[in-house]
Design a protein. Structure first.
Length: 106
C-alpha cells in the first residue's frame, strides 16, 4: 500500500558503515493540511511534534536539493514483526523552501 504526505525535512546526512554499506539518514516531521506543524500545549504530558527518522539508499541523496524544506513524501505501509502497521518514507519530491521564524506577539 502506498500513500503521499506533505513533510518538513529538517535533517539529511550521508553515512557509511564498516562493511562498506552506504545510505542517507533523513529526519522529518508530518505537516497538516495547511502545511504547518500542529501545535499543542499539554501541561501534564508531552507537547509538540516529534521527528521521524528513516534510512534511505545512498543514491536518494540527490532528491534532497534543500534542507530544511517542504517535500511531498512517498510512503509504503507494511506490517512489522510485532503485527503493527509500519509507514516508511521511500522517496520525496521538493515542494518549497521553508523559513522558520517566531510569530509576532501582542
Amino acid at each position: 500500500m502506498e500513500s503521499k504526505s506533505r513533510i518538513l525535512v529538517n535533517f539529511v546526512n550521508e553515512y557509511e558503515i564498516e562493511n562498506g554499506a552506504k545510505g542517507v539518514s533523513v529526519q522529518y516531521m508530518f505537516l497538516n493540511k495547511s502545511d504547518s506543524l500542529d501545535v499543542s500545549t499539554n501541561l501534564t504530558g508531552s507537547s509538540g511534534s516529534r521527528c521521524a527518522k528513516v534510512s534511505l539508499p545512498y543514491d536518494s541523496r540527490s532528491e534532497f536539493s534543500k534542507v530544511p524544506a517542504i517535500y511531498d513524501g512517498d510512503f509504503t505501509m507494511s506490517i512489522g514483526a510485532d503485527g503493527k502497521p509500519v509507514l516508511k518514507l521511500v522517496g520525496v519530491k521538493y515542494v518549497s523552501d521553508v523559513t522558520i521564524k517566531p510569530l509576532a506577539t501582542k
